[in-house]
Design a binder for this molecule. Structure first.
Ligand SMILES: NC(=O)C1=CN([C@@H]2O[C@H](COP(=O)(O)OP(=O)(O)OC[C@H]3O[C@@H](n4cnc5c(N)ncnc54)[C@H](OP(=O)(O)O)[C@@H]3O)[C@@H](O)[C@H]2O)C=CC1
Ligand SMILES: N[C@@H](CC=O)C(=O)O
Length: 410
């Protein structure tokens, strides 16, 4: 859609870490959103403890975004907004884990949308994936790192040896922690998120009180040292799974083997692994906390609420689709075990401006192979070199090339 049908009015409840970030982000994206939806979103009123009037904001809004947190008055405002026929977007996991059934029933009754992508795992789109993409997957188990603050604390303590209290303060400064940070470290925030995930995955009501929960407060430097010595990661893990015809939902610290998909998730990042027989396993990860990141997920929900029921892709810019990119490669060659083979091959690579990062000879005689990794190079240039290498008489079979992704993560 490209023609404008007027403003889409948003009432913003809460102007803290996430609310203020949303108020900053929305004007930056308004033109693009208008292009897609035909409506220009604008914030028509902001409510905090010291400013704004809820009734006035409600009357002026098409949609209400709740970013106050906690149960009351957030619950009351969300209910009043839905009863007034307004869509609601919220990032409030405690509200949903404790009053979700009541709120979803009211949303259904009033024919409005209640969206909550940012309530679980920040910007990781796990809610949408469970509700839409995996709706038919019959999920068996979900494992997740769903609290950014505790993950930040554990990984910073392990990385720098910093004291627990200092890292927690830093997490608060960076806007990761809840207004009451004890919820981050005692597991209650993660428990609320796992209750929501379990509710969606298993299609059954799950209340926060039903989640078995242990936090990270008792983890000490010794535990982290032990994990490091054994090459294990120590994480606060949430699990929701089918067990004996029922379900179990729990949050507790756990050691993970280095190859576990959640072991490498560090800092304020979250990750969720969903397992089912149909899909085997998928893992989604990304920033789980922080104002701008969470605001981005909230805005995604706002846009979804503006486009009922689904959008089709529309062109807003025309970018060139590039075929030739720079990549690093692994190159496997079965070669004759004779003097000068290596220099002939590196000679061809050199002529094409390709630099070798590592080279290993494997096997001898009829089994001799050269395995190389080359530094990133324009793919067309690399393939031209490979074509040339394939013609060398020393090659017993055509060379095999595989791209190497060697991005470094901090
Ligand atoms: N921070 C994060 O990284 C993430 C947060 N969330 C969730 O988003 C929500 C907001 O979090 P966050 O922005 O960090 O919270 P903050 O504590 O930073 O901000 C809360 C805002 O709500 C306002 N507020 C509090 N009580 C009332 C009240 N009684 N009436 C009106 N306004 C009130 C505050 O007003 P005042 O300015 O006057 O204090 C403040 O503007 C929470 O549900 C949180 O769990 C979800 C994902 C990530
Ligand atoms: N305090 C929460 C914020 C996002 O939900 C966290 O650290 O994960």
């Amino acid at each position: 859609m490209t023609s404008s049908a007027g403003p889409f009015r948003i009432g913003l409840l809460g102007h803290g870490t996430v609310g203020a970030a949303l108020a900053e982000l929305l004007p930056q994206r308004a033109a693009q959103i208008e292009h897609v939806t035909g409506l220009r979103p604008e914030i028509v009123g902001v409510l905090t403890r010291s400013r704004g009037d809820f009734e006035q904001i409600l009357a002026a809004s098409d949609l209400v975004v709740e970013l106050i947190g906690g149960i009351e008055p957030a619950r009351d405002y969300v209910i009043r907004a839905m009863r007034a026929g307004k869509h609601v977007v919220t990032a409030n996991k405690q509200l949903l884990a404790q009053h979700g059934e009541e709120l979803w029933a009211i949303a259904r009754e009033c024919g409005v949308q209640l969206r909550f992508e940012a309530a679980v795992a920040g910007v990781v789109p796990v809610i949408r994936v469970l509700q839409e993409s995996l709706a038919a997957a019959h999920v068996e188990r979900i494992h997740g790192i769903v609290n950014g603050t505790s993950n930040f604390i554990l990984s910073e303590m392990a990385r720098t040896g910093a004291a627990y209290a200092d890292v927690l303060k830093e997490a608060q400064r960076l806007g990761y922690a809840e207004a009451d940070p004890s919820e981050d470290v005692n597991g209650k925030d993660a428990a609320a998120k796992m209750a929501i995930l379990a509710r969606l995955a298993f299609d059954t009501p799950v209340h926060l009180d039903q989640v078995v929960c242990e936090g990270i407060e008792r983890i000490g430097p010794d535990d982290l040292e032990y994990a490091r010595d054994l090459g294990l990661g120590l994480k606060l893990i949430g699990t929701a799974e089918r067990v004996d015809g029922g379900i179990s939902v729990r949050v507790h610290p756990a050691f993970l083997y280095a190859r576990h998909p959640l072991a490498s998730i560090d800092g304020p990042f979250n990750a969720v692994t969903v397992e089912s027989e149909a899909i085997t396993e998928i893992t989604m990860s990304g920033p789980g906390a922080g104002g701008p990141q969470t605001a981005s997920a909230v805005l995604g929900d706002v846009i979804s609420a503006m486009i009922p029921p689904a959008s089709t892709p529309e062109t807003s810019v025309r970018l060139e689709v590039v075929a030739d990119v720079v990549s690093a490669f692994y190159l496997h060659m079965e070669v004759a075990d004779t003097p000068g083979v290596l220099s002939r091959i590196t000679g061809v690579l050199g002529e094409h401006g390709i630099s070798v990062k590592s080279v290993v000879q494997k096997g001898l005689g009829d089994n001799a192979r050269l395995v190389m990794v080359v530094h990133p190079v324009l793919e067309s240039r690399f393939f031209a070199a490979v074509e040339r290498i394939a013609t060398l008489t020393e090659l017993r079979t055509p060379p095999r090339a595989i791209r190497v992704i060697e991005e470094e993560f901090s």
